[in-house]
Every structure is written in structure tokens, then in C-alpha cells.
Design a binder for this molecule. Structure first.
Ligand SMILES: O=C(O)C1=C[C@@H](OP(=O)(O)O)[C@@H](O)[C@H](O)C1
Ligand SMILES: C=C(OP(=O)(O)O)C(=O)O
Length: 420
């Protein structure tokens, strides 16, 4: 069995430079692909989702040189090719849903496929959204691969945003490059901070979007990116959340590379750990977290669903019942994270009740790790990273099965975690 051993840590104490945001990086790579001028993106983390986005724009004809943490595009996507197009988005939900919207920019057949867990995740919002534009989409059970064809016939569309915001991100990024203006009506949008991130980045590339209350989005067509762009990707609050929780349950930590006023919704991790008792303070741009009494807490993660895995571990270390809202947002991630967390926490004797959109975690103070305990990652990076935190304050080694899942967002996670 392919496993990673995590040795027990009596406490954590250290400094970590957090990796850069894969969400911003993928958006920037997509926008760079649409820039006729050159674009330089700095401070990239070579996670597999970022590598996937780079490969997609290359498949679409962009030319670039790239090193581990930087990409310089001399030429964007080639719109003058007539051949059928096929893009491999690997395991990235964001790249899959975002680049599916690029099919609107091409009249020819456009295939979208991927690998791993993304093949099991629904593309319903992409299929019905593209059909609203008049495209034809063929698929099996609303899953990848998608075969997209036909011309755009409609510029006023209605889409569903309740399962994911990612296709809306794709439409927002694509629409300025269509010939006509686009009006997108979105029903029940969730993960709104991710849409703010999209709009922020579009604006920094010189593109305009208007919306009223995240319900109607208006995008003028025939826009272009007028300049050479140089963009530095900020630190990833989602990746940082694991270290923030590590400090809250077992010591102290200083994190660098995070923007204090970031639009990333996962910055809300600070509110959650403060409610759970941790001390949080900034020394200039360095975030400090210190353990205190660990209190049960209530937190609504509807708009920041990726915080569930680390926060469930924090709740497990608190003595008493914590309540988290937003469980419905977890069904369509790399694993069905509500169920996954329930199964894995049962291994340390922590009971999780799942009641519709609400999760109750019956914290145990300090859950004990039995000898030779193996956590399944379900090939889900956030589950692998979250389960590693059970090593803190414990006596026995623990093991993570399919540990390399972490490469999806944070390839250096185990190395970094070892140093604290
Ligand atoms: O736009 C993005 O970068 C993301 C949006 C969120 O997905 P949903 O919009 O599907 O909730 C989040 O869970 C994912 O990790 C990254
Ligand atoms: C859900 C995630 O990403 P994506 O949807 O882009 O695959 C994630 O990173 O937790």
C-alpha cells in the first residue's frame, strides 16, 4: 500500500512560507491565454492543478516559457486554428469548468476531458449553461468527457450557481472576448468570494464586468487586454488553513506570504480559530497563531467549503459539540467530503452527525491515535492534509493512504509540516 508515515509531534512551533494560491494562478493563466500581449506570472506553485491550467492553454496554442515558479507567455491562445480541439484538465474542477467556457470562443468541436476524481464530478452546470448559449454538448450522465459543438445563438443566459461557482468564473473570463455583449442571470450562487476573486483579477487585466447583487452579470463584448501584464500570485489561504489549525491545536506558528486583506473567502479561517479560542495576530505581514484553550465553535462554511477538512479536525480537538453549516457544498468535491470526514474521524473515535446542511462534530479534547492507524485520503488532497494534523500531541505514528493527493494544491505539504 502506498502510504505516508507521519510521526507524532508533541507540539508545533515554526515558520512557513505558504504556497501561492492555485485559484488565482489558474485564473491568471486563463487570462494570460487571452492576452494578445505578453504576460508574466510570478510566484506560481507547481501544483498539479496549476500544471493542468498551463497545459490547457498550451493545447490551445499559447506559447510560453515556464519554470517551476514563473511563466512568461509570448503569445496567447491561437484563435485561427480550424482543427478540432481537445483539452485535458487533469483533476482540476476549476480548470475543467473554467476552460469549458472557452468553447464559446471556438466554432469547431471542442472536447473537454480529465482524469481522476474529476471524472466522477458533475458537469451539469456546464452542460446546461453552454446549451443556454445554443451550443450542443454531449456527455454521459453529465460527466466528463464533454463534446461541445455548434455556434453561439444566444447572449442572454441563465445558469445555476448552487453547486459550483466555477463555470460562472469561466463565463466571466470568456465573455469579454465574445463579439456581442453577454448577460448572465445566476440562480442561487454559492462560493461568492471566488467570484469576487475572478472579477478582481479581470479588472487587474483591464477587463470590465458589472453585476447587481451577484444575480445579473453584464459583460461588454469585444474587450481586449491592452497591455503587457506582470502579475504575482498571492499566498493561498486554503493551504494556510492547515497550518493555522495545527498551531491552534498544538503550539504556535508564523506564516508568511499571506495578504491580510485578500479576497480569498478562506481567510475566514481566522474567524473560526479565534472563535475556537486561538490567539491570532499580525506582526507586519507575518501571521501569528498561538494555541490557547480549544473551544467548541459554530461556523458557516457555505461560502468557503474548502475550510471543512481543517476545521473538522479543529472541532475534534475541542471538548464538546461544534456545529458547521454548508455540508451540501461538499458532495461534489474531490471526494464527498461530508461522508469522508465522518468515516475518517470515526477512526479516532470522533462522531460526526450529518443532518442535511449541518454537521455536528462531537469533539473529544485530544483524540488518541491507535498504533498503525491508516487514514484513507480518498485521493483528496484536503483530506490527506487534514488527517496529518492528528499527529499533533499524539504518541503513535499515523499513516496516510494515497498521500500524493496533496500534489493537487500543495506539493510541499509533508516537507513543510515536518519542519514545524
Ligand atoms: O474558483 C475556485 O478557485 C474554487 C471554487 C470553489 O469551488 P466551488 O465554486 O465549486 O464551490 C472551491 O471549492 C475550489 O477549491 C476552488
Ligand atoms: C475543490 C477543490 O478544487 P477544484 O474544484 O478546483 O478541483 C479544492 O481544491 O478543494
Amino acid at each position: 500500500m502506498n502510504t505516508q508515515r507521519i510521526q507524532p509531534k508533541s507540539k508545533v512551533d515554526g515558520e512557513i512560507a505558504v504556497p501561492s494560491s492555485k485559484s488565482y494562478a489558474q485564473r491568471a493563466i486563463a487570462l494570460a491565454g487571452l492576452n494578445k500581449n505578453s504576460t508574466r506570472i510570478k510566484h506560481l506553485t507547481s501544483s498539479s492543478d496549476v500544471i493542468a491550467a498551463k497545459a490547457v492553454i498550451e493545447e490551445l496554442g499559447a506559447k510560453f516559457v515556464s519554470s517551476e515558479n514563473e511563466i512568461i507567455l509570448s503569445k496567447g491562445i491561437d484563435f485561427n486554428q480550424n482543427n478540432e480541439l481537445s483539452i485535458n484538465c487533469h483533476e482540476s474542477g476549476l480548470s475543467t469548468r473554467l476552460f469549458s467556457a472557452f468553447s464559446l470562443l471556438f466554432p469547431q468541436n471542442f472536447q473537454v476531458y480529465g482524469s481522476g476524481s474529476i471524472q466522477q464530478r458533475t458537469m451539469e452546470m456546464v452542460i446546461s449553461g453552454l446549451e443556454e448559449f445554443g451550443k450542443k454538448v454531449s456527455s454521459k450522465n453529465s460527466k466528463l468527457p464533454l463534446d461541445i459543438s455548434g455556434e453561439i445563438q444566444n447572449q442572454m443566459v441563465e445558469i445555476d450557481g448552487s453547486i459550483s461557482s466555477q463555470f460562472l468564473t469561466g463565463l466571466l473570463i470568456t465573455s469579454p472576448f465574445l463579439v456581442q455583449d453577454t448577460h448572465i442571470k445566476v440562480h442561487n450562487l454559492k462560493s461568492i468570494p471566488y467570484v469576487d476573486m475572478t472579477i478582481e483579477l479581470m479588472e487587474s487585466f483591464g477587463l470590465k464586468v458589472a453585476h447587481n447583487n451577484y444575480e445579473n452579470f453584464y459583460i461588454k463584448g469585444n474587450q481586449s487586454i491592452a497591455n503587457q501584464i506582470e502579475y504575482t500570485v498571492e499566498g493561498d489561504w486554503s493551504a494556510a488553513s492547515f497550518h493555522i489549525v495545527a498551531a491552534a491545536i498544538g503550539g504556535k506558528m508564523e506564516l508568511t506570504g499571506l495578504m491580510q486583506n485578500s479576497l480569498q473567502g478562506d481567510r475566514a479561517i481566522l474567524d473560526a480559530v479565534k472563535t475556537a479560542g486561538a490567539n491570532v495576530f499580525w506582526k507586519e505581514d507575518r501571521l501569528n497563531i498561538e494555541q490557547n484553550e480549544i473551544l467548541p465553535f459554530t461556523f458557516d462554511a457555505t461560502e468557503c467549503p474548502d475550510l471543512f477538512p481543517p476545521l473538522v479536525v479543529l472541532a475534534a480537538f475541542a471538548n464538546g459539540k461544534s456545529t458547521m453549516k454548508g455540508v451540501r457544498r461538499l458532495e461534489h468535491k474531490e471526494s464527498n467530503r461530508g461522508i469522508t470526514l465522518q468515516k475518517e474521524l470515526a477512526k479516532v473515535g470522533v462522531v460526526i452527525d450529518l443532518n442535511d446542511d449541518e454537521m455536528i462534530i462531537h469533539g473529544k479534547g485530544r483524540p488518541e491515535i491507535q498504533e498503525e492507524l491508516v487514514f484513507s485520503s480518498y485521493n483528496d488532497h484536503r483530506i490527506a492534509m487534514a488527517m496529518s494534523l492528528f499527529s499533533i500531541g499524539n504518541k503513535n505514528d499515523l499513516y496516510i493512504e494515497n498521500p500524493l493527493a496533496i500534489e493537487k494544491s500543495y506539493p510541499d505539504f509533508y516537507n513543510d509540516f515536518l519542519t514545524i
